[in-house]
Design a protein around this ligand. Structure first.
Ligand code: GLC
Length: 436
């Protein structure tokens, strides 16, 4: 095979596919990451797109750098919380669409070392991630509202060259000045409409030469290593990571009093995590720190609750899991399963007061059923294609209210969902043969 610089697009894609398993091993087991959107826009508290949405002139917007002054140690606060929340990695906006670099950039004088706080926030972030043993991701916008060539790059080849060189220089700085970096998270490839326009193939090759284990997302108009469903959680037939805001409103900080009714609770975050766990994806959950870099209060407790839950129930979420489409719960539970399919985790959001509940569709009896948070065995009975649990404790045993019930089988259980509503020919035949 050609050396990486000489590879055609096909060769490059074959090569990245053949090396992906090794590169992605940690990522595929990590499940949960923290996204951080922090920049000049955080001071206005009206969405990270505020410059464009309100047509604020570049010079006026740039003056926000004068007042940008995160408190010392802010990135450490994020990393500490990420660790407490059970995250295994973080991704920070090193430079969002506004074009303000949060590091000592030679390519971009509009940065946090020349201006504002005179601090390298990227360095602080990297150090904090290392202190808390979190993998490190750099979000890097392709679109740039500050750069003079960013629009002309659309139609003027000289401007485009200057602009793509600038993008390359920024990312080269990021990937050479901070030691090992795990993820390069591109965003918004506008205005150019294809990878050729962005020079993405050549740039990404060079980025990989700088950081041989680098994982790259799919937003530079090349598929690269993983898909990035945004604002919704839907499985892809490839590696994928759903990125979600904390409040359904904005990535950048918004006033927490107004956002409060939308802010996620621990059980709601667990719901998202369950959907990712069952379908082989990751959850990248965002916080938008306040202007001084502190974490909005409405994010802290819910995230800590997730971390405590993961300490008790991590087996249902982290690690090599199977895609559990094959198994169902009941109306109040979600399902993940071990990679071999023999252990099924039922994440339960509502604890019934009736003392029993069932799981339909399972045609084999489990050898053991227990609650994951405390390892206590549960009484169960197998009736046809139902598993019925008896003598349930009065309250949900997990203090969060989301209890995982583990069913262990000695083989992959035969499972036929919804006997009253067979969904496939296989289910129909099975229902007929078994006179269901
Ligand atoms: C977007 C938005 C942006 C946000 C990002 C996160 O495409 O432009 O503001 O950073 O998605 O996924």
């Amino acid at each position: 095979m050609n050396s990486i610089e000489l590879m055609t697009k096909n060769e490059y894609e074959e090569w990245t596919a053949s090396t992906r398993d090794a590169r992605m091993a940690w990522w595929r087991e990590a499940r949960f990451g923290m996204f951080v959107h922090f920049g000049l826009y955080s001071q206005l508290g009206r969405n990270e797109w505020v410059q464009t949405l309100e047509n604020i002139p570049v010079e006026e917007y740039a003056r926000l750098a004068d007042t940008f002054n995160p408190k010392p140690g802010a990135p450490r606060e994020w990393a500490k919380l990420a660790k407490e929340a059970g995250c295994r990695y973080m991704v920070m906006t090193t430079r969002h669409h506004e074009g303000f670099s949060l590091w000592d950039s030679k390519a971009n004088p509009f940065n946090s070392v020349k201006l504002g706080p005179h601090r390298d926030i990227v360095r602080e972030f990297v150090d904090a991630c290392r202190e808390y043993d979190l993998k490190i991701g750099f979000y890097s916008s392709l679109m740039d509202w500050h750069h003079p060539d960013a629009i002309a790059a659309m139609y003027d080849t000289a401007a485009r060259k200057r602009f793509t060189d600038y993008i390359e220089a920024l990312n080269t700085e990021l990937l050479t000045q901070y030691g090992k970096i795990d993820v390069l998270w591109y965003d918004v490839a506008s205005p150019m409409e294809n990878w050729e326009g962005w020079d993405s193939l050549e740039r990404n090759k060079r980025m990989r030469l700088l950081q041989p284990d680098l994982i790259i997302n799919n937003r530079s108009r090349l598929d690269e290593d993983f898909g990035t469903p945004e604002g919704h959680i839907r499985a892809d037939d490839r590696d994928w990571e759903a990125c979600m805001t904390f409040n359904d409103i904005s990535w950048g900080y918004v006033d927490e009093v107004q956002a409060e009714p939308h802010a996620y609770t621990t059980p709601r975050i667990l719901k998202m995590l369950c959907t990712c766990s069952r379908q082989g994806g990751n959850l990248l959950l965002n916080i938008g720190p306040k202007p001084d870099g502190s974490v909005p209060a409405d994010a802290v407790k819910p995230l800590q609750g997730v971390g405590e839950w993961l300490k008790r129930n991590g087996a249902a979420a982290y690690g090599k899991l199977g895609r559990s489409y094959g198994f169902g719960g009941n109306g109040v539970s979600g399902v993940s399963c071990a990679q071999d399919g023999k252990t099924v985790y039922l994440w339960n959001w509502i604890w019934p007061s009736t003392g029993s509940m069932g799981f339909g569709g399972y045609c084999d009896a489990p050898k053991r059923v227990y609650t994951l948070c405390d390892g206590k065995d549960m009484a169960f009975e197998q009736k046809g294609q139902r598993i019925i649990l008896h003598d349930l404790p009065e309250k949900s045993p997990d203090p969060s209210g989301v209890t995982v019930i583990v069913m262990e089988f000695d083989k992959v259980p035969e499972y036929h969902p919804r006997s009253y509503y067979p969904q496939s020919t296989r289910d129909r035949d099975w229902a007929k043969d078994n006179k269901i």
